[in-house]
Design a protein around this ligand. Structure first.
Ligand code: PLP
Length: 424
């Protein structure tokens, strides 16, 4: 498509966009003049679905009216509540329904999954991951290797981009896995890298890990709801994601887990257990002897936090109606348009020193701009122009035009804000 850097062009795109009506299903925050923010932070905290309040109110009402009876006699019985999220979550990540469960929060789930899939021996104990992973993942991995009596520098291989490059080459990742085939126990990457926006080749990484006799696990915090995943088909061993970034389910809300059926249907797969993962039809017999529910549900510990899940359900319902394939098709176009208006701004404005480091052929909707030495001033200027992006130390501005509620007009306005930057 031939893009044009004009408001008319952007508005035209919005008018013909079949997903444009979904914007009205979200509450867009406004500035003091009552104008909606140009909100490009859906990668950090997604916006509130209008329906969230109603979904939550339904459960509050049942609690008020029924007390403990709500577990079995509510409109959506709480005993089963996690199951109401399963099908749409599985659809989003390309898992079979019994490979997916919603529970806990992301870092907690990573530890539970490491308990199952990082069981090092004296010869096979290494973890390969990207350098500069999200801090929680770094701390989780460090504590895991130390928990098992290993030393971080010896046990963890952090992959750095080549000198002068900002992102990892897939071939280099595959090589590193192959070179460590005698000692690697786990290959653990993010799906979409939070800092650079690089969308890793999950299928290729998984295949290489399996050739090296290692498990492959992924943190999909920035991938779920952003890119079209096929976890079952790609043979991924395990994955987890949060619900509050692209999945718009509110701060700190519940997390999703994928465990491939080859592990999940095997009751012998080691795990840390709690009563909610115990076989459902005998759960309330309160007897000793843990029998796991088949599938990812057998990793649950605690009974489901219904209020958070109610909000998550409102959001998953929107994704189901929009469809991840339609969303990613719009995302590709909208992100390309943002790239285009930014490149136009850079041509017209000599104060703009940024470089986009997100690889064009490996991206979701997030663009990461490595800013020049006036980066913080640029970021403050964007904020003053009503463009809400985010700043990551030391020098990156992240912007995510999300296809559910961002418009081509949003992208055009962002380009205008860049074009008007004048730090002096
Ligand atoms: C956002 C994010 C987290 C956050 O973890 P919580 O346990 O939800 O606080 C962890 N890892 C990655 C890669 C993230 O992007």
């Amino acid at each position: 498509m031939q893009f044009e850097n004009t408001l008319d062009f952007a508005r035209n795109q919005d008018q013909t966009d079949p997903l444009a009506p979904f914007r009205d299903e979200f509450i867009i925050p406004k500035n003091e003049k009552g104008e909606p923010w140009t909100y490009l932070c859906g990668n950090s905290l997604g916006l509130q679905p209008v329906a969230a309040a109603e979904f939550l109110q339904t459960e509050l009402n049942d609690w008020a009216a029924l007390g403990v009876e709500g577990h079995f006699h509510g409109k959506n019985p709480w005993f089963h509540y996690h199951k109401f999220l399963t099908d749409h979550s599985a659809e989003l990540v390309g898992g079979l329904p019994h490979e997916v469960v919603v529970m806990n929060q992301l870092t907690v789930n990573l530890h539970l999954l490491f308990a199952s899939f990082y069981r090092p021996s004296s010869s096979r104990y290494k973890i390969i991951m990207e350098a500069g992973a999200f801090p929680s993942d770094m701390y989780a991995v460090q504590s895991q290797v130390e928990w098992h009596g290993f030393n971080y520098d010896n046990a963890v291989i952090e992959m750095q981009p080549r000198a002068g490059e900002h992102t990892l080459r897939t071939a280099d990742i595959l090589d590193t896995i192959h070179q460590n085939r005698d000692s690697v126990a786990l290959v653990f990457f993010s799906g979409v890298q939070y800092y650079t926006g690089q969308y890793f080749d999950i299928r290729a990484i998984t295949e290489a890990a399996h050739e090296a006799q290692a498990f492959a696990g992924f943190d999909l915090a920035h991938a779920a709801g952003n890119v079209a995943l096929k976890l079952h088909e790609w043979n991924v061993d395990f994955a987890s994601w949060c619900s509050y970034k692209y999945l718009n389910s509110g701060p700190g809300n519940v997390s999703g887990v994928f465990v491939h059926e080859k592990h999940g249907l095997n009751a012998q797969t080691p795990r840390l257990a709690g009563w909610w993962g115990h076989k459902e039809d005998v759960r309330f017999q309160m007897k000793r002897g843990y029998i796991p529910e088949p599938g990812a549900a057998g990793w649950q510990l605690s009974n489901a936090p219904v209020f958070g899940m109610a909000v998550h359900r409102a959001s998953l319902d929107i994704f189901h109606r929009a469809g991840i394939d339609r969303l990613t098709a719009k995302s590709a176009l909208l992100t390309a348009y943002l790239r285009f208006v930014l490149s136009q701004a850079k041509i017209s404005n000599p104060h703009l020193l940024f470089e986009i480091i997100t690889p064009e052929n490996q991206e979701g909707c997030q663009l990461s701009l490595l800013a020049g030495n006036n980066g913080k001033a640029l970021f403050d200027h964007l904020t003053a122009c009503n463009v809400i992006a985010d700043w990551r130390e030391p020098n990156v501005i992240r912007m995510a035009p999300v296809p559910l509620y961002n418009s081509f007009t949003d992208a055009w306005k962002t380009g205008e804000a860049f074009a008007s930057f004048n730090p002096s």
